[in-house]
Design a protein around this ligand. Structure first.
Ligand SMILES: Nc1ncnc2c1ncn2[C@@H]1O[C@H](COP(=O)(O)OP(=O)(O)OP(=O)(O)O)[C@@H](O)[C@H]1O
Ligand SMILES: [Mg+2]
Length: 236
């Protein structure tokens, strides 16, 4: 089960987030004041020019980096109050990450890579592999279960990364240019499968993308510009 009940509609609430980095003693304000509410099942795109802070924002939302100020509440819990193990357990159970490059473990097969988040949280091997087979079936990869990442195509590897992010049925998936290194046709196929899985599981999705076709498939599109998030469309 997820740590936080899916009954609570508000999955994540980012309040007045700021992030600055220092460069040669000079402070760079990357995120000035970010406010974002994500509800269960929300489909959100974040667009913005290179260097505008999109990856930085996803890292904060996923608890992989710490804001300079502001707060992130997930299911009402303040992320900054979680300690060591609590935060990694929370990430394992409640958030799925997908990156532009798949980050699959090269020595493990497709099915083991997908099962990995369940194995890490202590599920039994057979149960974890059964669940991985089940989700790989939904994305038409039953014939690639025992291939290692280097024996798969780029699109297949990204589909496996999608399955791995969703296998725990997280409340929220954070995807950073998930199809950024695929050709446009493969990108569209992979992204549509990803949306289907997300809808099946009522998982909220935040996707950073440079691809208008992908942004247009999302319910809400925000642009990150000058450290501020601005809603540019609501497609529902
Ligand atoms: N750890 C860091 N230390 C210092 N500066 C950083 C650090 N991480 C990111 N930055 C700076 O913050 C800015 C935003 O970076 P970020 O990676 O979030 O951009 P982005 O919007 O994801 O860009 P892209 O579309 O190219 O991926 C950049 O100017 C970058 O140099
Ligand atoms: Mg980036």
């Amino acid at each position: 089960m997820n740590e936080i009940s899916k009954e609570s509609k508000l999955v994540l609430n980012a309040i007045d987030l700021k992030k600055e980095f220092s460069d040669a003693g000079k402070s760079l304000q990357i995120l000035r004041c970010i406010n974002l509410e994500i509800e269960s099942g929300d489909k959100i795109a974040i667009v913005g020019s290179s260097g505008s802070g999109k990856t930085t924002l996803l890292q904060l939302l996923g608890g992989l980096d710490i804001a300079s100020s502001g707060k992130i509440l997930i299911g009402g819990k303040d992320l900054s109050l979680l300690k060591g193990n609590e935060i990694s357990n929370f990430r394992n159970r409640s958030i799925g990450f997908i990156y532009q490059f798949h980050h699959l473990l090269p020595e493990f097969s497709a099915i083991e890579n997908v099962a990995m988040p369940l194995l890490i949280r202590g599920d039994r091997y057979k149960l974890a592999l059964d669940e991985a087979r089940n989700i790989l079936g939904k994305i038409n990869l039953l014939e690639r279960l025992y291939h290692k990442p280097h024996e798969l195509s780029g699109g297949e590897r990204q589909r496996i990364a999608v399955a791995r992010a969703l296998i725990t049925r997280p409340l929220l998936v954070l995807a950073d240019e998930p199809t950024g290194n695929l050709d446009s046709k493969t990108s569209s196929v992979v992204f549509d499968l990803m949306l289907e899985l997300n809808s099946d599981m009522d998982t909220a999705l935040v996707v950073v993308t440079h691809d208008n076709n992908i942004a247009n498939k999302m319910e809400k599109v925000f642009e990150l510009k000058n450290g501020i998030l601005q809603k540019i469309t609501s497609n529902n």
